[in-house]
Design a binder for this molecule. Structure first.
Ligand code: AMP
Ligand code: MN
Ligand code: MN
Length: 321
């Protein structure tokens, strides 16, 4: 069980450490990457030696993020000794991949906003009302003895905008918008950032054509699923945006994407309007938020789909949201 700490206690912990490893979660998204890079630049301004690590490939979509080239991906057997290990935007330790096993640090801090957080780190700064970890990091940077730069602002804007669907999702609060507004004061351009993030490769659109054909309804039309079969799966093709299509169908409460990343490993993404999908994801050792969650099921796609749909249909029957 973690000791839950405040902004000021987090600040003290960071100030005491001279060498720090910041970890982004596997399946890295805009929030974990932007939050990590902004915090890295801030801590470097304070004279600290900071390394950003991720145990996964980073989608080329994020190539424009300042500092993205500095990520280190450790190999099995690597050993790093630092004063503090900070895990960012990850609700469970497995989301850090092999990194914790490669790092020798006397303290571990987790900065996160997932309601499903498993309290795995020694210290936890959790704000489950924040739309993104980026919002939490911005509040921290304002308390540190640093100057916030345009590159930090770009990273934090990407973190916030991507996790709240460009201010469309139900996690968007007045504070989310205030945070974004503050970041605009540093001269960033939301249109340039949105273009960089939303531009699709032809390969993505070609795969989307196939995937849209797999849309299927369950639970009297309240569930819509899409499938990326192992045959169609290509690691280099970004499919993160595909879930938007079933999500925006009239009458659909829960949209689910099944991606066969291996013949017996299925990655599941869920988006909902009323059902708490973080509970469903947790039951499959995943996690997330009420309206956006995910998990990995170690079964071929058809079996994984059957098991998940069973849980979802049961969830919809018993939910009275
Ligand atoms: P995604 O569908 O991958 O965009 O993820 C939606 C939300 O669920 C994000 O907040 C993720 O951090 C979380 N999530 C996705 N997959 C997992 C997983 N395997 N374990 C824990 N959380 C997850
Ligand atoms: Mn994330
Ligand atoms: Mn997040």
């Amino acid at each position: 069980m973690s000791t839950q700490i405040s902004l000021q206690e987090t600040r003290q912990l960071l100030e005491k450490a001279n060498t720090i490893i910041l970890v982004s979660h596997i399946g890295p998204d805009g929030d974990t990457l932007g939050s990590t890079l902004a915090l890295k630049e801030a801590l470097e301004q304070m004279g600290k030696k900071v390394t950003a690590m991720v145990d996964d490939n980073i989608s080329s979509t994020y190539n424009f993020l300042p500092g993205i080239g500095s990520y280190v991906t450790p190999k099995e057997g690597d050993k790093f000794k630092v004063d503090l290990l900070v895990i960012i935007d990850a609700s469970s330790l497995d989301r850090a991949g092999i990194i914790p096993s490669c790092v020798d640090a006397p303290h571990m801090l987790n900065i996160d906003h997932h309601i499903s957080n498993t309290h795995y780190a020694e210290y936890l700064w959790l704000d489950d009302k924040a739309a993104a970890t980026g919002e939490i990091i911005l509040s921290l940077l304002k308390e540190l003895p640093i100057t916030i730069t345009k590159s930090m602002a770009i990273c934090l804007y990407v973190a916030i905008a991507t996790d709240c669907g460009y201010f469309k999702y139900s996690n968007t609060t007045a504070q989310t918008m205030r945070s974004a507004a503050e970041l605009l004061e540093y001269g960033i351009e939301p249109n340039t950032i949105s273009d960089a993030l939303e531009l699709k490769s032809k390969a993505t659109i070609n795969l989307l054509k196939i995937v849209l054909n797999t849309i299927t309804y369950y639970g009297n039309g309240r569930i819509a699923t899409i499938e990326i079969t192992h045959e169609n799966y290509d690691e280099s093709v970004d499919t993160d945006s595909f879930i938007y299509y079933p999500r925006y169908i009239e009458g659909v409460d829960v949209a689910v994407s099944f991606k066969a990343v291996e013949s017996k490993v299925t990655r599941v993404s869920m988006r909902s309007r009323s059902l708490d999908v973080s509970k469903i994801a947790l039951a499959f050792n995943g996690g997330g938020h009420k309206r956006a969650a995910g998990c990995t099921i170690y079964l071929p796609l058809p079996q994984a789909k059957e098991k998940l749909l069973e849980a979802l249909e049961k969830g919809l029957e018993t939910s009275h949201d």
